[in-house]
Design a protein around this ligand. Sequence first.
Ligand code: FAD
Length: 434
Amino acid sequence: MPETDVSEADVLIVGAGHGGAHAAIVLRQRGFAGTIALVGEEPDLPYERPPLSKDYLAGDKSFERSLIRPPVFYAEREITIMTKRRVVAVEPADHRGTFSDGGTFGYGTLFWATGGHPRRLSCAGHDLSGVHSVRSRADVDRTAGELANTVRVAIVGGGYIGLAAAAVLAKLGKHVTALEALPRVLARVAGEPLSRFYEAEHRAHGVDIRLSTVVDCIEESDGRAAAVRLAGGERVAVDMVIVGIGIVPAVQQLVEAGAAGDNGVDVDAQCRTSLPDIYAIGDCAMHANSFADGRAIRLESVQNASDMATIVAKAITGAPEPYHAVPWLWSQQYDLKLQTVGLSIDHDQAIVRGAVASRSFSVVYLKRGAVIALDCVNATRDYVQGKALVEQRLVLSAPLLADTTRTLKDIASYAMGTHGKKAQAAARHSSRAS
Ligand code: FAD
């Protein structure tokens, strides 16, 4: 592993994860000839996080296969990687910063690509042994190391990560209880039809899904988590607790240095922060997203981290362009491949396309009649063709979208042919009006 050190770099990237690695890769692809240093607090080279809650946790994928690039790739391109180095302070006026061991560095341009730290429960017992997060390789190695002695697992949080972990553990034969505070799983990211489908799938695989359920505390026995006490007083006996309740964006150092931001660091259309020569990308970047009608949001996906990395690499190699990438992500649970395109937040209609019972269907989300997102379960054709509907924000009727005798491509052509481009543009405009 290239464990060199530098004290100065033309581009210094803080955070050696998806966004950081991709930024270094694209810079070199675009012919950037200056020095690049990629600094990460973890001990490993940049790796893919999605397998952590899926095949890496299951033991089906080695860590080496999760590396974003092999070590030789960085060496050949003269990308210096500094592992186990945590940046604790930035001084924007001097273009300098400090590591946790007291060492300092200088930069020409700084990319802040630090993702986030797992949000922890705040109740008693949150830090007991046997309580795990799912953010880093170290988290999952700790979890996996205890699985042989684990029968009962409680998963706190019914989002993508918690549910993916629940699927893996159920398949490994563990007794899994999933605790979700809201009245349905995936409530923040998907519509009700998708939530109900996944709840039924998990129950069919033996997962005890508890909705509208708040954790009161985690009880211990011999210093280890032994039970989750629920707000109603019920006690769920466990050998392990996995907490998947989101992240806290890792932006404290930048905000202390004066960057605008709070829940993430604020960036403009080219991912520039309010500080000179400092960009922020990925999970930690709060940006106005055109697929959320310009609302400021943070996106937590590989797509967003990679596409933002490309935007900053372009900006500093003389080809600036605004960030306008259609959001997409995937999730794997059991034999179900979920592919999502667009952002369903703010939808006012969710149309199911196909038979849910067939385990191959899509949910198409509309806002004021315009397609803003799709969730496609084992329905890759809809996902691929649906992207154009989202990009063009086509205004389509519910019966037409639900008609599975026509492909989405046919439906889009039919709508354009019938109503014409002008009518679509007018309808699209009024779908955005608040
Ligand atoms: P990260 O990849 O998290 O990288 C940030 C790095 O910065 C980390 O290594 C962190 O330790 C380091 N760092 C933080 N602070 C400092 C500091 N001060 N000094 C030095 N280093 C620092 N997305 C999908 O699209 N599909 C999926 O199926 C999917 N599944 C996921 C499953 C899991 C278990 C997890 C955790 C995430 C998943 N994601 C998925 C989300 C995706 O992995 C993230 O959106 C992506 O990793 C974000 O990239 P990033 O560069 O912003 O942050």
